[in-house]
Design a protein around this ligand. Structure first.
Ligand SMILES: *Cc1c(COP(=O)(O)O)cnc(C)c1O
Length: 373
């Protein structure tokens, strides 16, 4: 079944008690037992499970071609559940340009918890091989990466890891399963910030972990979810289910717009460099072509003139809101280094753009006037 069909038909069903076609919202925190003490529907208590959460997990698992999924209250809670599925003393290999929140998690919170981490250039699979230690349990991947859109060869790295008995985990937030399905390329777990494209409307914070196999590492992720309790509300799950029905069409439109904006920026005399995997000069272009169905809605660029010029360009845009986050219907522009903080390795003149669902000619015209100043 193709993804457009799958998002319409998975994770729903006519409600047997009312024949409601759209899944009802179940806010109840507790579920009645039968006189013999059993729970005939399997639901006991809101933290451990909820019908809306179950539907969301079924839907996202199906989209990623996984066996099971666990939904969380944020993308970071989802990522942390994967690290907490390990033991103190274990070691993780992560990309040097991993999402800055995940870097902070590894360097600070999880380091104090006893987890070791090495940061490598994931564009070079050989760098992963040399970073492997006896205690390495996970290679964490993110492709395209944030904010430079570095591409990692998922099949190559997951093979290196598998040969050494190491799990691979891929943050698929930027590509979404509409464009890239890491589990089909040999990755063990996928994580999402559903705050972004899965939600798509800038009104839900959430995360999901999807597993190729429901056994092994994922069993511990499930335990962290149910016993740790960083679970999404039933309404958040309901909103996500509603949004995901249109994901493939939204992502296609984001991508078409981003390709046009990237082409415009790459050819503009006041732009030093544009980063978008769909540009043939992008170093990861060939790998992206192989493992992605298209190149996605995110890009970044460096206007000429340094940090001040970058701030000025962002300030002159009218259709791009100056805000962090991504994947919603509106276009956002962000000076990334100042959001990431003093330890950031992001170029000081870099602007990150989440290309929205506006008309692409309007977006290009707005960037043109902002660059011309
Ligand atoms: C936003 C984001 C996260 C963190 O997700 P939250 O929902 O903000 O906790 C993780 N990874 C990537 C790639 C992101 O863009």
């Amino acid at each position: 079944m193709e993804i457009e069909t799958l998002v319409v038909h998975k994770g729903r069903g006519v409600d047997p008690s009312t024949r409601a076609v759209t899944p009802p919202l179940y806010m109840s925190t507790t579920f009645e037992r039968d006189p013999d003490g059993s729970y005939p529907q399997g639901y006991v208590y809101g933290r451990t499970d909820n019908p809306n959460r179950r539907l969301l997990e079924e839907l996202v698992a199906a989209m990623e071609n996984g066996e099971d999924a666990a939904a969380f209250s944020s993308g970071m809670a989802a990522i942390m559940s994967v690290f907490q599925a390990l033991r103190p003393g274990d070691h993780v290999i992560a990309p040097r340009d991993i999402y800055h929140g995940a870097a902070r998690l590894l360097r600070d919170l999880m380091a104090r918890w006893g987890l070791g981490a090495s940061f490598v250039d994931m564009a070079k699979p050989g760098a992963v091989e040399s970073a492997v230690q006896d205690s390495t349990r996970i290679v964490f991947l993110e492709t395209p990466s944030n904010p430079l859109l570095t591409i990692t060869d998922l099949a190559a790295v997951s093979q290196i890891a598998r040969e050494r008995g190491i799990y691979t985990v891929c943050d698929n937030t930027w590509a979404t399963p509409a464009l890239q399905r890491p589990l089909e390329l040999g990755v063990d777990l996928v994580v999402h910030s559903s705050t972004k494209y899965l939600g798509g409307h800038g009104d839900v914070t959430g995360g999901v972990v999807v597993a190729a196999r429901s056994t092994g590492l994922f069993e511990r992720v499930r335990q962290v979810q149910q016993d740790g309790g960083a679970v999404p509300s039933p309404f958040d799950c309901w909103l996500l289910l509603r949004s995901i029905r249109t994901l493939p069409y939204r992502v296609r439109a984001h991508t078409k717009n981003a390709a046009q904006v990237a082409k415009f920026l790459a050819g503009h005399p006041r732009v030093e460099q544009a980063f978008y995997p769909g540009l043939t000069e992008h170093p990861g272009h060939d790998t992206a072509r192989r493992q992605m169905e298209d190149f996605g809605g995110m890009l970044s660029f460096r206007p000429k003139g340094g940090r001040e010029a970058a701030f000025a360009v962002a300030a002159r845009t009218r259709l791009f809101t100056r805000a962090t986050s991504l994947g919603s219907y509106e276009s956002l522009i962000e000076h990334r280094a100042s959001v990431e903080g003093p330890e950031s390795a992001t170029p000081q003149d870099l602007l990150r753009v989440s290309v929205g669902l506006e008309n692409s000619e309007d977006l290009v015209a707005d960037l043109a006037q902002a660059l011309d100043g």
